[in-house]
Design a protein around this ligand. Structure first.
Ligand SMILES: *Cc1c(COP(=O)(O)O)cnc(C)c1O
Length: 434
């Protein structure tokens, strides 16, 4: 499979190059040059296949040529090494629980897959790659765990001091080895600015090979198709109608992967992009204009994105036809008040705890179902409530139980390097780390 640069279609690369480089010239995103169909029999027979077989069928065409089948199978089995249950809440709504992985968020899947691919590509090389990421909380932990002890890869994570939750900080800062956590005296935006400066700094790039690990990278974006198929496998056991699929969206990598699977033949009635007050996409569906908005801080902070990077991929999938996008995707914007109310109501009614991100999606799907009362669907549960205990406990007036897998983690000691929001300090750290 080849990938072309959406900003410069002359630039065509294979999966290996797309994974190592992350993005193309002029910061363009890579996009697959063909959309391989999923076999109809494969879709019909999902329930007879193991999760690993489904994931392999899903990914093989995208990776083919760059990674041999047996290696790809190994990467896949390390990636989906935990349950992804479709949990029914009421007659119309289920939650696909993507938060049983090592850092209790769906990003574990993309991060681990990308780490497996990158490690494979670098295993016989002498060069070392440094993965540099800024995080508002969730990405950092998933990347840290996904890349922990990966050969020839260092990971440097910048996070805003005192602005990530207790569990998130432990996930980021307690691994050590090839994972470096930088605690920045500043905001998430400051962290992101520092990372951007590093990517354009000549001296740093001459000494280190820097890459990012966000959903811009095809190796993190594409494997997200897998869990839509795993959801469908479970859905088909009890349902005959196609599902409405509702995705809590920030950078739109996740929903874009679902749409890609749909274009390949995965049945879906409709998609919903569930947003918090950062509502650029719902506005676009109304006005046909996508504008860069200033980021508004919300309870679902992993979705606080003013300029979603995967929008261009969605547009490309639909042949840049606004009418086609609008026909397949609805968009809703849910504010913090409604998010809290949803967490509370779902807990009281169904004894089920939602994290704020999943709650935004739950509220959006409920709203859609008032307009289309004969439909059914599922929301993607992107994080475990224990990652956001303050709002969840406030809304439910109940204690969030800490899963066993975290008991050991929260006892571990935090190791960080504290820096100011000053590029010189980051530069010094990067150039001297090894
Ligand atoms: C990253 C994240 C999202 C948003 O996913 P995108 O692919 O950026 O749209 C939603 N929920 C949680 C918990 C996240 O960490």
């Amino acid at each position: 499979m080849n990938y072309y640069n959406l900003k410069d279609k002359e630039e065509v690369v294979d999966f290996k190059t797309a994974t190592i480089k992350g993005q193309g010239r002029e910061k363009g995103l890579f996009f697959p040059s063909t959309i391989p169909r999923l076999d109809e029999d494969f879709i019909r027979n999902l329930s007879y296949l193991t999760d690993e077989e489904i994931a392999f069928q899903c990914m093989k065409d995208f990776v083919g040529g760059s990674i041999p089948a047996d290696e790809l199978k190994k990467i896949i089995s390390e990636t989906i090494s935990f349950d992804i249950p479709l949990h029914q809440i009421n007659a119309q709504i289920s939650v696909l629980e993507l938060f049983h992985g090592p850092t209790l968020a769906f990003k574990d899947i993309g991060a681990k897959f990308m780490s497996g691919c990158l490690s494979y590509f670098l295993k016989d090389e002498n060069r070392k790659v440094t993965v540099l990421v800024a995080t508002s909380g969730d990405t950092g932990g998933a990347v840290a765990h996904g890349f922990y002890k990966a050969k020839n890869i260092d990971v440097v994570i910048l996070y805003p001091k005192n602005r990530v939750s207790f569990v998130q900080e432990k996930q980021l800062t307690t691994l050590g080895e090839n994972i470096y956590a930088l605690e920045v005296n500043g905001s998430f935006d400051n962290c992101q600015d520092l990372v951007k400066q590093a990517f354009s700094d000549e001296e740093i790039n001459a000494q280190l090979f820097l890459t990012s690990a966000n959903s811009i990278n095809v190796a993190r974006w594409l494997p997200q198709q897998i869990y839509y198929l795993l959801a469908l496998k479970q859905w088909q056991k009890t349902e005959n109608e196609k599902p409405v699929i509702c995705v809590p969206s920030g950078n739109f990598g996740n929903i874009c992967a679902g749409l890609l699977a749909h274009f390949r033949g995965m049945p879906a009635e409709h998609f919903i992009a569930a947003c918090n007050e950062n509502d650029g996409f719902p506005k676009y569906l109304k006005t046909q204009k996508m504008t860069v908005q200033k980021t508004v801080p919300t309870l679902s902070n992993a979705m606080d994105v003013g300029n979603p990077s995967n929008f261009v991929r969605i547009s490309e999938l639909f042949g840049n036809q606004f009418g086609a996008v609008k026909h397949k995707i609805s968009g809703y914007s849910v504010d913090d008040e409604k998010t809290m109310e949803t967490i509370k109501n779902v807990y009281l009614k169904y004894n089920y705890m939602l994290d704020p991100h999943t709650a935004v999606a739950f509220a959006s799907l409920e709203q859609y179902l008032t307009e289309y009362p004969d439909k059914k669907g599922f929301v993607l549960g992107t994080a475990h409530p224990v990652k956001f205990p303050d709002p969840v406990e406030k809304a439910t007036k109940a204690k969030v139980e800490i899963p066993d897998s975290l008991q050991d983690l929260i006892k571990r000691e935090k190791k960080t390097v504290e820096i100011n929001s000053d590029f010189e300090e980051l530069r010094r750290f990067l150039l001297n780390k090894n």
